[in-house]
Design a protein around this ligand. Sequence first.
Ligand SMILES: Cc1cc2nc3c(=O)[nH]c(=O)nc-3n(C[C@H](O)[C@H](O)[C@H](O)COP(=O)(O)OP(=O)(O)OC[C@H]3O[C@@H](n4cnc5c(N)ncnc54)[C@H](O)[C@@H]3O)c2cc1C
Length: 559
Amino acid sequence: MKRWQDILTRRDFLNVSISSGLTILLANCSGLLRRPTSQSDNEFLKNYGPIDRTLSDSSTQFFYGDNNARPHGVLWNLPKYMEGKKQEGPTENANIVIIGGGMSGLFTAYQFKKFNPILIEQAPRLGGNAKGQSWNGIDYSIGAAYLDSPHEGQPMYQYFKELDLRDVLVERIDPDPVESNGKLYYKFWKGEAEPEAIDKYKKMSNFFTKLNKEEERAFPFIPSLDPDDLASVKYYDQWHLHGLLSKIAGGKLPPKLETALEHYCWSTYACSSQELSASAGLNFLAQEVAPILIGAGGNAKVGEKILEALVKEVPTTNFRCNSLAMHVDVKTDHVIVTYEDAKKKLRRIKTKTAVICCPKFVAKKIIPGLEEDRLAAINKLRYRSYMTANLLIKKKMERRSYDIFLTGKGKTNMGNVQAAQEKINATDFVMANFAQIDASANVLTFYRAFPFDGARSELYRPDSFSHYKKKFEEQIARDIIPLMGFEQKDIVDLRLALWGHALPLAEKGIYRSNTIPTLRKPFRNRLFFIEQDNWAYPSTQTGATDVALMRNDILKFLT
Ligand SMILES: Cc1cc2nc3c(=O)[nH]c(=O)nc-3n(C[C@H](O)[C@H](O)[C@H](O)COP(=O)(O)OP(=O)(O)OC[C@H]3O[C@@H](n4cnc5c(N)ncnc54)[C@H](O)[C@@H]3O)c2cc1C
């Protein structure tokens, strides 16, 4: 077991390297000073920022979320599509081009803001999976919801300080309740809903206490290059989460606990506990007992803060939404990035370096000449789909908790995850009034992952929206209204968001194989990869940490 102080000392190097890097950058660019946000910056944030505050109250009959029509139409048919396009040489020079404006792309742009980065994003707004909307003055998330509280020494901690993120995030300290048979249990994880199996709960609780104990912290930390962290990640990766926890409990998991854990895995990783690497599962679960941080609008609030800081130093014209990267050609001493702009015109940028912050299944389409081993690693990655539903309620509600997990009758069909998931629909919902205490109304965000392969063919059927909307409506009428004490007449709207390739699968065995180093290594030295799928780990921290880990290598091309 390693001592917490040792880890801090080792992790501190990251902290130091971010700060010292900034010192170097500031020294190089002493002429650039931060300026207050101008009216045109505000206009830019309104039109392209991660939180859409322009929607009217009227009901919608289509999915928000990602829209794969253009990328599929173009990238899956690239040679033919390019044939009809007028092609010219580069018309622009850059230091660094970032492809993909999700949280990873935004953190990367922020890290290299002194070098006037250009960011190419195919969607109409920045934020990727971490987007939000607004109704009646309440911001709510349509994707990524919350952050773990970072420890001093972690890269995220440094971003928190620089961006004053604590000012816009609310801490959830006490564990949230779990619903079982229509009743809320505030001490569910202590065996309150299953007193007959209390011994097994105690064994689990002891295990997590030991994992988290400051002096002997050894839980698998992802992402990290610290040799001790890597060793613990590889160690726990020999089990899937269900297998490891059954071993700890000393046999079969009690049904309510098994159901809650399974639903947690669906919601957090879009996979079954019988697929999920125990390393990934423990990393999240062990941190869950620590405070989590919630912004109005979910993690889109963090994206918005990064963008606010960025536009004070980088021209807004450098952030190019509705722009699809199509070709990234890595030469010996530069990179040529070709993209189609918002007006469908081909543009070329000659840049010193570039960072791929879009998913790898896109990367392999746009980068010619990728090595065999990298292609094999990319092809190993599996992505799962996700749906959220936002219920707009015109009633002030008591601010009780943030996230409520639903376990229903407390028995899940582990042999047929698809059928089990279909039966329950959403597995949890979060409340917007947790981070917006004074709100005179409320928005509940429901999370329904698709924790199995092959869901996309169903999700893109023409009747998909009405089919899934009905599912949410039924669940709300049956389970949520009685649980939360509002009435059907209080409901103003139900808005759905669909994310097609939202989460890379953190499956058992992936961390013991060579997949992760192969995915993360630079291509021809000059092209870098920073995205959640670098570590097959769907968390905002993934990209934020990888930027810090790769910062010095990227800087070599910039200074
Ligand atoms: C419903 C849901 C809930 C989640 N909840 C949480 C949570 O509570 N906490 C948490 O930490 N994480 C959560 N996540 C995981 C979340 O995905 C990550 O936290 C993080 O937002 C991923 O950021 P990313 O930038 O790595 O990837 P993405 O968000 O996928 O960003 C990739 C970007 O690349 C763009 N792109 C793709 N192809 C191209 C191209 N050819 N040219 C230009 N741009 C391109 C995409 O449009 C996208 O904007 C959740 C995810 C979902 C879907």
